[in-house]
Design a protein around this ligand. Sequence first.
Ligand code: HEM
Length: 478
Amino acid sequence: MVGIPVTDLSRGRRSIALLALLALGACAVTLVGGMVASLAYTSWEPAVRRSGLTLQHLRPIHESFAFAWVFLGGIAVVHAWLISLGGPLAGAERLRFRAMIALWCTAGAGILVSLLAGRFTGREYAGYHPAFGAMILGGWGLFAWNFFARAGFSLRGKPVYVWMWSAAIPLFVITFLEANAYTLDWVSRRPLRDIAIQWKSNGVMVGCFNLLAYGSILWVSGVMRGDDRYSRSATGFLLFSVGIINTFTNYGHHTFHLPQTPWVHWVSFLVSMLEVVILAKVMLDLWNLRRRGTPAEGLALPARFGASVTLWTFLMLATAIAMSVPPVNSLIHGTHIVTAHAMGTMIGIDSMILWCALSWIAGGFAGPGSAAARRPLARHAVTVLDISLFAFLALFAVRGAAAGLARQLGPSAPDLSVFVARFPGLMVATGWTLAASALWLISGWALVFARVLRSGPVAPGPGAPDPAPVEGARRLPA
Ligand code: HEM
């Protein structure tokens, strides 16, 4: 494995650090929001309510910032790539970047304040006022402008992560407009059409941030190895193709209750299974490639996250297949098993990928010899994260199974009342452990990024990689 291309990223490190800080800030709000939301299940709920907060407030905050975290994390990695390609943002690019950040910061603050004040729309994943949506879309337009101005529109000969990012950018615009189509009377007055459009747009939205995240892991792992041949492999392109098709079909999972033709559901089921199978193969291949070399100093933590992504991809694949068997699907519908699956994929796959990428960037900025990059406890924290996540999701899954069985079997359902009574306490204990380890990890990287913003150029720490350009990392073939 080669060292971190400090020299390349450090040329535009302030833009990357700013975006990384926004992403980590959104991640922190998600985690804290989840912690407080979990209290709403317990006997502390009246105390939470007295402070003016209910699950109705906390759920949209938690979800909106979870989406913001994954999008912003992916966008921070895309900017790291743009800067490694053509140097720091300058002139009009820099102006657009600043306007984009201003729009997104205003939208983020407005969403947080308005949701805390109880101004929610009640829409899943779009619970905030559409005016904030307009700001998000405006910022996205500026991001798209900067991306295509640098990366170009032609995809000929480019690695698959560029294809993934280039597809995710226009897709987001289309799907975001669809997600807000409910503001038009001719949609909101027709409930069937409204629900179908809502879930189709939510499916594409998830597909979009998955493309950003998959592209991120492919780019980052290629730079860490100093070889991005995998991003030009048939498997990489297969993942992209199936991912794109899945982006448009996966909504079928959410509309089983609508009177749609069965083949819509079958296509959606088969395509999304295929995507997870290919993703699992990609993660396994990357894991095997990584094992061929010893991680350089400073790369141990990103490599540890890489191992977690591989593990969680397989676990989520297994649960996705189990959940899609028709009798199981009707059992779990509307239960906490679905919550476990949504959180499991967003934390186990997307968040682990982004924590891997951001820990790599933070390590590169701090220099592998620095205290921030060494943090000997960090790898143990990832183990705590894995174990607590597993326990947290398992508890949600059993709680969901208890509800599903009671609904289907009535009085003959197995008696899980002892577990059901203990669920809130156990869920809070595991969820808070998970959140505490994640908050501790991200606070270390946030300090590095904040220092980059405050100080001028960062001198690589002792033991930092040779500032000479690193093959495969200096200017990645575009
Ligand atoms: C980066 C970490 C996290 C992400 C990305 C995330 C994401 C999500 C998402 C997408 C949902 C909605 C699931 C659905 O469709 O039903 C959700 C629900 C929930 N999350 Fe998280 N979550 C994270 C961490 C946490 C933590 C640490 C806790 C608790 C300590 C937590 C507690 C909850 C609760 C209680 C709900 C369900 C609320 C309800 O009953 O409606 N989350 N989360």
